[in-house]
Design a protein around this ligand. Structure first.
Ligand code: ADP
Ligand code: MG
Length: 738
């Protein structure tokens, strides 16, 4: 594809086919996503339908992630640049000498030299038009044959008109000499315009490739081979051949090939590239390891649990790739414009040609009028290419998403990236978002006839089946004192409140204040308040009739929380803490973290309603949660941000996933969104300006006032470098600090 209007043309053609539900064609990555009924239409039909347009479709090879160009395509272009550079430079030199000579700046060329040069020009122009410019001629051919125009058509038409005019003038020299200035030819225009455009294309392709290097880096994390132990034998096999259950040996310094669980040995593993955790983590038997991470000094054997496309790294790569090729809403306008641009430009160029003939002939005579008319015609065609317009949004999105991925901010799609910077209210979950989500048991009050250990055993029995961080605190404690835990039956979770289960013949209930109230169990409120005001979370354990014990767990605030929250407030963000936890506990944590607005004791289903209420009051809400039990609220929010911890990366649930649950990355993500959007707007502005100013200038609209008429060579230059400057501006985003 050469141009955004290519993408639109392809999309329209495919979508028209019977059996195609939806086609999404992405210009910057040159990828198509097509949803179709395979009983009615096939991939071969797509190829067939695209043939007249001059495109071919090929299945996307797995992990061929070069955005835009393949390396050999790029090196072929480089060779071409080497060949044409002397030709283009020579033509420019001759042109310059001629112009300077005319104005007396330098001596005019002797007639013999002049003639010699002017016999070379047609040769060069022929080479440029028919060899280098072949894609543009094909574009022109398709226009006449099928009536389909794209950017190639415009360039093809402009350059071949210049060529043909020059050709006829020199061929019919003696016949037309009395009427037309036969010394004036346009071969140089054909040469230089095609030269510039080819150079621009090459630079654009090279830059486009650089925008996508985040994927290349992620791919670089993938090990090529794995050392497996099958039937007691060690063998190095390609990573694609690893299957579930393979026992994989990891030696010091080796990269872990796939996801799995340690079987023997232990080591410290550097997981920074995946989780963002900078300090190597100790992994012992039974612990999970992530493919793509780096073993430090120990050695171990692990069982492969997830291979191929199931691994976390593969998921991340897919997520980044999908996000990079997704469409930002802001792009819709640019797409609409480029779709109607080409036919409009054709019309404008023809009109300006005719008007020049009509109005300039009486004033300057036919010969000069034709010169002007052709100049305007060619210039309009060349400058009006909507190419930069099509690159403006996607290149910035590719860079933005890639930059995020490198910083541990995984963005699901372009729309999320676009929306984030407009958020003005940040709703934060408490547990696991502001706190570490790893509470410890700090206090226990036994009001039963059982021993402390027996009572804790009852609670641990219930908690053993819960996923809540509170449960971990209790189980951790039980484990540390080697408590024997009774088994239970009829286990049930009461959402947002607690749990119940039967041990022996009796039912036990564990949970929060609301749960005890529901069950009609009286509580000593003042005692609870003293503990909760210290930031402790209470868990009450009760039988059918009475309270048996009170447990208090303390969670710690994340080290970066205070600073991160202060930074967010500084950029004008309204901060709201939302939690199912006790009111006093929540208030203590909020105060320590620096948040004043707290909504506590909220049931999970009500979190969504609160987000909705905020939205109805006009807030643009970004909701931060752990992405597991907050999923509905995350989905309701304008932007859902999931905090992932360790290897539990729930990347599908939210628009943005922050690796390693690092709060300070939220402000970075917002900043990333803002700079990406600024980049897109600059790109769109520059792309538009070239066309908006360029077209009237090229058409000669300013000629009667200022005497300005654009030389087609400058049009070619402007057109080539508008694309290059847009891609360059997107690349600049990479250097910006987050
Ligand atoms: P949050 O994630 O904000 O703590 P939840 O909806 O997950 O919100 O839980 C709300 C409250 O329900 C908890 O603060 C706790 O008091 C109680 N609760 C939930 N699960 C358990 C559990 N496994 N054991 C004891 N209490 C629980
Ligand atoms: Mg929670």
């Amino acid at each position: 594809m050469h141009c955004a209007s290519c993408a639109t043309n392809i999309q329209k053609t495919i979508q028209k086919l019977d059996g195609v539900e939806k086609a999404d064609i992405h210009y910057a990555t040159e990828k198509a996503k097509i949803a179709y009924d395979s009983n009615r239409v096939s991939a071969a039909d797509f190829t067939e339908a695209l043939k007249p347009l001059g495109y071919t479709i090929s299945p996307s090879e797995n992990h061929d992630h070069n955005q835009g160009a393949k390396p050999d395509e790029l090196s072929a272009m480089r060779t071409q640049i080497f060949v044409i550079s002397p030709i283009v430079l020579f033509s420019i030199a001759v042109m310059t000498a001629e112009i300077l000579g005319k104005y007396g700046v330098i001596a005019e060329m002797p007639k013999s030299v002049y003639d010699f040069m002017h016999h070379l020009m047609p040769l060069f122009a022929t080479y440029m038009l028919f060899v280098v410019g072949k894609p543009y001629l094909l574009g022109l051919y398709r226009f006449f044959r099928y009536g389909k125009a794209n950017m190639d058509t415009l360039i093809g038409l402009g350059t071949s008109v210049a060529f043909l005019y020059s050709f006829f003038v020199s061929a019919l020299e003696s016949t037309i000499a009395p009427y037309i200035d036969v010394t004036y030819s346009y071969y140089d225009i054909t040469i230089v315009v095609i030269g510039f455009i080819t150079l621009g294309k090459y630079l654009e392709m090279r830059a486009k490739q650089k925008t996508g290097d985040a994927i290349t880096q992620l791919l670089g994390l993938q090990a090529k081979t794995a050392l497996v132990r099958r039937n007691g034998e060690e063998k190095e096999i390609p990573i694609q051949d690893v299957i579930h259950g393979d026992e994989i040996i990891v030696k010091p310094g080796m990269r872990i090939p796939v996801d799995g669980v340690i079987l023997e040995g232990s080591s410290f593993i550097d997981e920074s590239m995946i989780t963002g955790e900078s300090i190597p983590v100790e992994k012992t038997i039974g612990k999970r390891v992530i493919g793509g991470t780096l073993n430090t000094t120990g050695s171990f054997v692990f069982t492969a649990k997830k291979v191929g496309s199931e691994t976390l790294l593969a998921h991340i790569i897919k997520l980044v790739e999908d996000a990079q090729s997704s469409r930002a809403p802001i792009q819709a306008l640019a797409d609409k414009i480029s779709a109607i641009f080409v036919p409009i430009v054709l019309v404008i160029s023809i009109i300006s040609f005719i008007l020049w003939l009509i109005f300039a002939t009486p004033a300057f005579g036919l010969s000069t009028a034709i010169t002007y008319a052709i100049t305007a015609f060619v210039s309009v065609l060349i400058i009006a290419c909507p190419c930069a317009l099509g690159l403006a949004t996607p290149t910035a999105i590719i860079v933005g998403v890639g930059k995020g991925a490198k910083a541990g901010i995984l963005i699901k799609d372009a729309e999320t990236l676009e929306k984030l910077h407009s958020a003005n209210t940040l709703v934060l979950d408490k547990t696991g978002t502001i706190t570490n989500g790893k509470p410890v048991l700090v206090n226990q009050i036994n009001q039963s006839s059982l021993s402390d250990d027996e009572l804790l055993g009852v609670l641990a029995s219930l908690e053993a089946k819960s996923e809540h961080p509170i449960a971990q605190a209790i189980l951790e404690k039980a484990k540390s004192i080697k408590l024997s835990i009774p088994t239970n039956t009829d286990f049930e979770i009461v959402k947002g409140k607690g749990l119940k289960a039967k041990i022996g013949e009796a039912f036990f209930y564990a949970g929060n204040t609301a749960y005890m109230h529901d069950r009609g169990i009286a509580l000593d409120e003042s005692m609870i308040k003293t503990e909760t005001s210290k930031g402790y979370t209470p868990i009450f354990l009760a039988s059918e009739k009475e309270l048996l014990g009170m447990y208090f767990v303390a969670d710690t605030i994340k080290p970066e929380a205070q600073q991160a929250i202060a930074n967010l407030q500084q950029i004008g963000m309204r901060m709201v803490m939302l939690t199912g936890d006790n009111k006093h506990t929540a208030e203590f944590i909020a105060k320590t973290a620096g948040i004043t607005e707290v909504i506590a004791e909220v049931l999970p289903q009500d979190k969504l309603a609160i987000v909705k209420e905020l939205q109805e009051s006009g807030a643009v809400v970004a909701m931060v949660g752990d992405g597991i039990n907050d999923a509905p609220a995350l989905a309701q929010a304008d932007i859902g941000i999931a905090m992932s911890t360790g290897s539990d990366i729930a990347i599908d649930t939210a628009g943005i996933t922050i690796l390693h649950g690092d709060l300070s990355k939220i402000v970075k993500a917002i900043h990333l969104s803002a700079i990406t959007m600024r980049g897109i707007k600059q790109n769109l502005f520059w792309a538009f300006i070239y066309n908006v100013v360029g077209i009237p200038l090229a058409a000669g609209l300013f000629f009667p006032i200022f005497g300005w008429l654009l030389n087609p060579i400058f049009a070619g230059f402007a057109m080539a470098f508008s694309s290059v400057s847009v891609v360059g501006n997107s690349l600049r985003l990479k250097q910006k600090k987050l």
